[in-house]
Design a protein around this ligand. Sequence first.
Ligand code: SF4
Length: 245
Amino acid sequence: MIKGRIHSYESCGTVDGPGLRFVLFMQGCPLRCLYCHNPDSWKMSDGKEVEVDEVVEEIKKYRSYMRFSGGGLTISGGEPLMQPKFVREVLQKCREENIHTAIDTSGIIDPEKVADVYDAVDMVLLDIKVFDEAIHKELVAQPWEMPLKTARYLAKIGKRVWLRHVLVPGITAKPELLHKLAQFAAELDNVEHVEILPFHKMGEYKWQEMGFKYQLGDTPSASRDEVEEAIGIFESYGLDVQAVE
Ligand code: SF4
């Protein structure tokens, strides 16, 4: 029996894919996004060890509302592709139960190494952090090539994608960066929707509790004008876009 480490789950998520979703948060993430709400999901050895069947049985309890709302399962994190065998098995078993599936990923794992996970999932919520190499490194402490490779790979295999982007004042909320990202997204045939996630400081207290320095303490939340401007930029490339608060 394959085991995995999870951070937590939420039985009735409304912002992680279509319809009402069972959201499974996996433990472990190689990124260090400055705006992360869940720094307690970073360390691979934390969280709780569970078996695939145990998780699938829990998910199945919510099948009727998932079906009724056009929802399903979303595996998020942390970074779900840090535990590809476990995640693939959960996805496969849910598919056998006719439960719609999605993963929410930063695309930081080489897509060719986790191709069987992408094969097993119905759609991908792909978080592109910023379309600039230097700012990407500063913002998430990882190089940016892999998320772009993942985006192109998912286009090549024709996987349904919703692209997600966190709008951070003074960092990602800049028209020139948003134009570059929107142009990139518009060139990918499989991006059917874009979600703008306005920055807020919900996770700040967790950083403090864990003894980490929260560097965005002086950064304001994204304003209504900044959100509207970002939506307008994505729309100008013919993309379907909305803000998710
Ligand atoms: S990818 Fe998600 S979990 Fe990982 S550091 Fe960034 S925001 Fe946090």
